[in-house]
Design a protein around this ligand. Structure first.
Ligand code: ADP
Length: 454
């Protein structure tokens, strides 16, 4: 059974039980009220008047002989309202009936026992108010009674009306709850339908697109869409990454195959050594791409040893020394070098600095300057690698850390770049809980900054 019908059923049951209990309580209260107003009050008034009549002048007692003599003429009857008849009967303590009002005919009232309060007898059809008095050393019971049949029929009619009201109320309430639950759960149905269609078609472009209220279930639908959006993005970037990587490797492979074909022929010595040089270059390029791919995969899967205590200053000085060997006519200077330590993977952090410094040299012409700075910036260690190189046009800046993204493809390839250097830098920084950013002005230079938590 669906959640909707289960909830509706439980609600209907609970409401039905509560409504029936309330109706029973209401019925009992009305029954009490009607009997006390329409019967008990009359019996009490009539009893008081009769006792007064039979007191024979003595206060608060009854003259036995007068009572026996007067009783047949007592009682009240109205032919138009037979239910308002009041009967009177006198009995002794043993239950023997001694005298009755004439309007009783052949009937005999049951002799009740108990307090001087109205009570119901004869299976709910009679209301009797007994009164006790002493005479001749004995206790006698003077009973006043009225039929309950008209009250009972009124109550039965009311009971049926009450039952109908309960049935209609419970049915309407349960039906509206079923509709409300259906509406509230409709996003869940949409989520399920979307998930099923994605599962059967592998089409991650499908969305729930729920436009209703932002309650818990609305949020579930929105979160589902976000999740599919991310999954879709991940799958697309994965696909384009595989395509880019294949493309990246196909170039050198084509060159290698062409040169191997050439070498199979009888070439002149100088052509032969040129082909071998090209083969070496392309193989170095391929090796670099494959190595960088492996590093990136390792970094992004989080396989780092982040527990080492690393001196960033030492890494900076090492990178500076290596940079001096590659700098050619460029200047490589350290502007600030604070003694900062972080927790992380020393080898990967060294690679991060190396990639940034390598790029700065690669994209800065001879006689340019590369400036390194390491200093504390709030709770972060900040590393800036600034150059006076070619710079990066603004439209490329948002993509610069993407895999295989290059501003000047030819220059990057010529200088042996794999297009993965900055993606690796970003991956390493993020795996250390840090971040990277870049500011640049074409023709003037670029500054790459890395923040690592101290
Ligand atoms: P590559 O192997 O091509 O250098 P990277 O991921 O290291 O790959 O860099 C991506 C692109 O960003 C480069 O192709 C280059 O266009 C640009 N770039 C990176 N560093 C610099 C820099 N210091 N100055 C100018 N452009 C840069």
């Amino acid at each position: 059974m669906s959640i909707r019908w289960r909830l509706t059923l439980w609600f209907g049951l609970a409401l039905g039980v509560a409504a029936i209990l309330a109706a029973l309580f209401f019925y009992a209260a009305i029954q009490n009220w009607v009997i006390s107003v329409r019967v008990d009050t009359r019996l009490s008034v009539y009893s008081a008047l009769t006792r007064d009549e039979l007191s024979g002048g003595t206060e608060d007692s009854i003259d036995y002989d007068l009572a026996v003599a007067t009783l047949p003429s007592l009682g009240y009857s109205d032919p138009d309202h037979p239910d308002s008849t009041i009967w009177v009967q006198l009995a002794d303590a043993d239950g023997n009936v001694l005298a009755r009002s004439n309007n009783l005919g052949d009937q005999v009232l049951p002799v009740v026992s108990g307090e001087k309060v109205p009570m119901t007898a004869s299976g709910g059809t009679l209301r009797i108010l007994p009164y006790y008095f002493e005479a001749n050393g004995q206790t006698y019971q003077l009973a006043f009674a009225q039929s309950l049949s008209s009250v009972n029929s009124t109550l039965v009619t009311m009971g049926i009306a009450l039952l109908l009201i309960v049935v209609v109320f419970v049915t309407l309430a349960t039906a509206s709850v079923a509709i409300m639950i259906g509406r509230a759960l409709s996003p869940v149905k949409k989520v399920t339908a979307t998930a099923q269609s994605i599962a059967s078609s592998s089409d991650l472009s499908r969305r729930v697109n729920y436009r209703g209220s932002k309650d818990e279930i609305g949020q579930l639908a929105a979160t589902f869409d976000q999740m599919i959006e991310q999954l879709d993005w991940l799958m697309r970037s994965q696909r384009s990454f595989v395509a880019d990587a294949s493309h990246e490797l196909r170039g050198p492979l084509t060159v290698i195959r062409g040169n191997v074909d050439l070498l199979k022929r009888n070439l002149r010595e100088e052509d032969r050594s040129e082909s071998i040089r090209v083969l070496e270059t392309e193989m170095t390029r391929m090796t670099r791409v494959v190595n960088d791919l492996l590093v990136l995969a390792e970094v992004e899967s989080g396989q780092l040893d982040r527990e080492q205590t690393v001196s960033l200053k030492e890494l900076l000085l090492d990178a500076h020394e290596r940079a001096l060997l590659l700098a050619g006519g460029r200047q490589v200077v350290i502007e600030r070098q604070e003694d900062l330590w972080v927790k992380g993977d020393a080898h990967r952090l060294d690679q991060l600095i190396g990639n940034l410094v390598g790029n700065a040299i690669k994209y800065t012409p001879e006689r340019g300057t590369v400036t390194l700075s390491l200093y504390q910036d709030g709770g972060w260690a900040r590393l800036d690698v600034a150059d006076t190189g070619v710079g990066i046009p603004a439209e490329h800046l948002p993509h610069i850390f993407e895999r295989f993204y290059r501003v000047d493809k030819a220059h990057s390839r010529r200088s042996g770049g794999s297009g993965l250097g900055l993606a690796i830098v970003k991956g390493i920084a993020e795996q250390h809980g840090g971040k990277v950013s870049v500011t640049s002005e074409p023709g003037k230079g670029s500054t790459f900054s890395v923040w690592l938590r101290l």
